[in-house]
Design a protein around this ligand. Structure first.
Ligand code: ADP
Ligand code: MG
Length: 435
């Protein structure tokens, strides 16, 4: 079984003691797990916490290597299997022969400010391959939708009757090594060079050996010269890739290159709504707002929360209340900071609002800057023990009555503007979250 195979993979990377003491205690909870969310049960909270911090990320990584999809790993002490006999898994269907995840489609992708160009280019190459955006190189941090977009191209083109190969760079490498060992390179080349679309996920791992790079270089050239389309995703732009030969970097950079950035608040809300719709889950606005303001910008984590809520809902057959949602989410939230400094508040507020710290300390009346300054003052007042005069001093305001005026104003605004209220709540939670 895959879940146990993954633990075997982990066994090779850790000490025998660690394996004996901790990993052996993991029991895969098949009923509760889906492709996106894996549940393992352990005997107590302490072990759960330890395994979560130390091994969950590695376990997720091995899943990704094996399946092309990085799931959320839940280590829990509750045996939710017992909760109900009606339990049903959330099915995520894969198209067997292509490895494409069926629900990663353009229709299921929520478009917002930070991913719209990537979305547009992905659609463009799906409809008009081999043009100026060949290759298409999509990069960005983890959990922002790169794999989803890549598979959307694959699913779209497969429907059009195209020959699509969609693999992670690890699979490409493993395939190469296997075929090389077994004298089957002809078969390998036929598979990878004859396709209409070659979609490579997480290409950053291809830089490991010159043999692989060489093979990929020729694969790339062959497809490119035949006007087949190549799409790659990566965690960094071509020029920042480590261990890659210059000739590959130049090629990666020669078509369309686009980054995906973390979603803004409204896009996150739309994503949660979309995920609920797909999962047939009806959540109140309160719950949706809670999730979007408490979970960071990693959409994989948002998806994880929705999956968990869905799993509990199906298994316990209970109405999802805000309390229950909070309880479920709690487990997935990162550790909270106890104390925060004024400097941390300024740093996070400015980053979120895309404003320079020197600007909010200035006397500028530009709307954006005024709003950011107010949010910062409000949060400093709420989260730290800084006095009004200290705050006035920091913002070069002279008289501290200006600080009170700002606080009064933002309280009024928050009262009347739901979006601003959520935005401040979201920033506050980011300030209070470690990492
Ligand atoms: P990455 O490959 O960038 O690490 P993924 O494509 O695996 O991220 O996305 C993580 C999860 O977030 C997936 O479940 C995916 O469906 C979801 N997701 C990411 N971006 C969006 C989006 N814009 N709309 C809907 N779902 C999204
Ligand atoms: Mg990915």
């Amino acid at each position: 079984m895959l879940a146990n195979e993954i633990l075997e993979m982990l066994k090779e990377k850790i000490s025998p003691n660690e394996y004996e003491f901790y990993i052996k205690q993991l029991k895969f909870n098949e009923k509760a797990s889906s492709d996106d969310t894996i549940f393992y049960n352990v005997p107590n909270e302490l072990i759960a916490k330890f395994i979560k911090t130390k091994y969950a990320e590695k376990i997720a990584y091995f899943y990704e290597v094996k399946t092309g999809r990085k799931p959320l790993i839940n280590i829990t002490t509750q045996n939710i299997r017992k909760a109900s006999l009606k339990a049903s898994k959330i099915d995520v269907k894969k198209i067997k022969s292509t490895n494409l995840i069926q629900d990663y489609t353009f229709e299921n992708f929520v478009v917002g400010k930070t991913n719209q160009v990537a979305f547009f280019l992905a659609k463009e190459v799906a409809q008009r391959p081999g043009g100026q955006y060949n290759p298409l190189f999509i990069y960005g941090e983890s959990g922002l939708g790169k794999t989803h977009l890549l598979h959307s191209i694959g699913n779209f083109c497969l429907n059009m009757g195209k020959n699509v190969i969609c693999v992670t760079s690890e699979v490409f490498m493993n395939d190469f090594i296997y075929n090389l060992k077994n004298n089957m390179m002809e078969k390998f080349r036929e598979k990878y060079r004859e396709c209409d679309y070659l979609l490579i996920d997480d290409v950053q791992f291809l830089g490991k050996t010159t043999e692989i790079q060489n093979e990929f270089f020729h694969t790339f050239n062959e497809i490119h010269s035949k006007k087949g389309q190549i799409v790659m995703t990566s965690d960094k732009p071509p020029k920042m890739l480590k261990g890659f030969e210059e000739r590959l970097v130049t090629r990666f950079d020669s078509g369309g290159r686009i980054d995906i950035n973390p979603p803004d608040l409204m896009t996150k809300i739309a994503i949660v709504q979309k995920k609920c719709e797909i999962n047939n889950l009806s959540l109140s606005a309160d719950i949706i707002n809670y999730i979007t303001t408490h979970i960071g910008d990693n959409i994989r984590e948002i998806q994880g929360v929705i999956n968990n809520i869905k799993a509990y809902h199906t298994m316990l057959n209970e109405e999802i209340t805000l309390e229950l949602a909070k309880n479920i989410t709690k487990d997935l939230l990162k550790e909270k900071l106890e104390n925060v400094s004024l400097e941390r508040i300024i740093e996070v507020v400015c980053k979120e609002q895309n404003i320079k710290a020197s600007d909010i300390k200035s006397k500028s009346r530009v709307a954006n800057i005024v709003e950011t300054r107010r949010i910062a003052i409000y949060l400093i007042r709420n989260l730290t023990t800084n006095s009004m005069p200290q705050i006035a001093n920091y913002f070069n305001m002279g008289d501290h009555s200006n600080v009170s005026k700002n606080i009064k104003k933002i309280n009024e605004l928050i009262e009347n503007d739901e979006i601003l209220k959520l935005k401040v709540e979201e920033i506050k939670n980011k300030i209070l979250t470690k990492g």
